[in-house]
Write a protein that binds this ligand. Sequence first.
Ligand code: PRP
Ligand code: ZN
Length: 297
Amino acid sequence: MKTRDRLRIAMQKSGRLTEPALDLLNRCGLSFRQSRDKLFCFGEGEPVDLLLVRDDDIPGLIAQGVCDLGIVGRNVLREFQLVGGRDEPPLHEWRPLGFGRCRLSIAVPQEIDYQSPQTLSGQRIATSYPGLLGEWLRTQQVDAGVMTLAGSVEIAPKLGTADAICDLVQSGGTLVANQLRETEVLLESEAVLAGPQTLPADERGDMIELLLKRLDGVIQVRESRLLLLQTSRHSLEAVTRLLPGGPQPTLLPVAGQPDQLMLQALCAGEVSWRQLEEIKLAGAREMFVLPVEKMLA
Ligand code: PRP
Ligand code: ZN
């Protein structure tokens, strides 16, 4: 294979991962000129180009060395390693990217009395993930028929061609629309940055390391929230105990109210309404959750 000096990243051409993946790369300082056929995008600042392809093709392109990295669902990556890429060198999940979250689940028609995985024994299960399903069935020691379909898996029980399905669930809307009930989660998935286990020993390897560092910074800031609140000294301990993970909070005096403190905490992830309500019950008030734009420690 001819060696390249520019890095090439494969990502989904059109689908749920496309927008957030492009946005993430932009935040890492990469921008692209879209070519007319929209399959190959030339990188403008850094020597990094994009290849826009079907998501199922991404692991194979990396394994063959056509691309150096890929942004792809963990489900697609794992399935490849179990089925298509069994004989290829293993791929590595370099970073989870925090978007495109979904799960690979078993679902059965609403009216089925599902007790345990054994309920599936002797049944036909339709799926686009025969590798992952087969592996799960083996660990559960369930003997079931696996029916591989490329798409529209959720319709199979209604058509009478399968008794259950194993498919991706995000909102659960597809299951509800097809009168199916989720009974087992086989895999929690999200978009990941995938690549070979060992990085290329040339400039591309250096570029990947640089990219990983930028990515870590971007992900850290994206998930950070600054939580501001007021509390009495009396409630401080109870409030502090409920704060989402992160470094020690900063405490500031409140002018004219010696009993009150202003608390400032950097939180590692989202702060939910429920968490806020609990912190408030513990005695906090005047609470603000702010996004963090840039951070330099
Ligand atoms: C996936 C999956 C389900 C649906 C689940 O398909 O196959 O059909 O999403 O999402 P929901 O729980 O939010 O309804 P997708 O739209 O990604 O298309 P694909 O199967 O053609 O890849
Ligand atoms: Zn797909």
